[in-house]
Design a protein around this ligand. Structure first.
Ligand SMILES: C[S@@+](CC[C@H](N)C(=O)[O-])C[C@H]1O[C@@H](n2cnc3c(N)ncnc32)[C@H](O)[C@@H]1O
Length: 187
């Protein structure tokens, strides 16, 4: 449980939406956010002002020079996916070794006995969603033909059937003991 006065870091803070919600629960939380995307941090700064410390860093390559009581990871590099019968671990890094590094960096930035909170999300599926301004978001999922134990997902933003933007992402899927192995290796 997160209690007031604990120091909390959100890794991959994005635009600061989650920290803003925490501040609504208790303005006394001691909050820090880090992200490797400067443009996201700029928006987070506008949203949070001086209510949270923010810094730019990549959790894969950089260890955090301070320790916290709680680390939160809510979307981004990795997440758990609830399939209904089990929870799988999805990450954008495809090999085993690279996946230990960010988890190790998170373990190192926690005080002994600290809490690591990571999000659980639903299964990735094909769907379309209408957004304001006549924009349609759609995503398509494929089994990867190039990488073992991976799926690929293409996101589109379309207007009048014209593609405004798109991105293709890869997810490595860890299951069962393989999840325990990388978390144990990371400490
Ligand atoms: C889906 S957004 C989630 C934002 C925020 N956690 C929230 O709940 O609103 C994921 C964020 O993780 C950041 N991110 C992804 N990989 C990262 C990495 N290796 N190091 C630091 N930040 C990363 C992205 O820049 C992005 O801002």
């Amino acid at each position: 449980m997160v209690v007031p006065n604990q120091s909390i870091i959100e890794i991959g803070v994005g635009t600061g939406l989650l920290l803003e919600q925490l501040l609504k629960i208790d303005p006394q939380y001691n909050l820090t956010g880090m992200d490797h995307t400067a443009a996201m941090l700029e928006i987070a700064k506008e949203r949070l002002g001086d209510r949270a410390k923010l810094f730019e860093a990549d959790i894969i390559s950089m260890s955090i020079p301070q320790q916290f009581d709680v680390a939160i990871f809510n979307g981004g590099l990795c997440a758990f996916v609830d399939t209904g019968s089990q929870c799988d671990f999805y990450t954008h890094l495809t090999d085993d070794e690279s996946n230990v590094l960010p988890l190790q960096n998170i373990a190192n930035c926690l005080h002994k006995g600290g809490l690591f909170i990571i999000n659980i999300q639903g299964v990735h599926d094909n769907h379309d969603r209408s957004l304001p301004g006549g924009i349609v978001y759609s995503q398509e999922i494929f089994e990867s033909t190039t990488n073992k134990d991976c799926i690929e997902k293409t996101f589109y933003f379309k207007k009048d059937e014209r593609v405004l933007a798109q991105q293709r992402l890869i997810y490595r899927i860890f299951q069962g003991e393989a999840i325990e192995n990388i978390f144990n290796q990371a400490g």
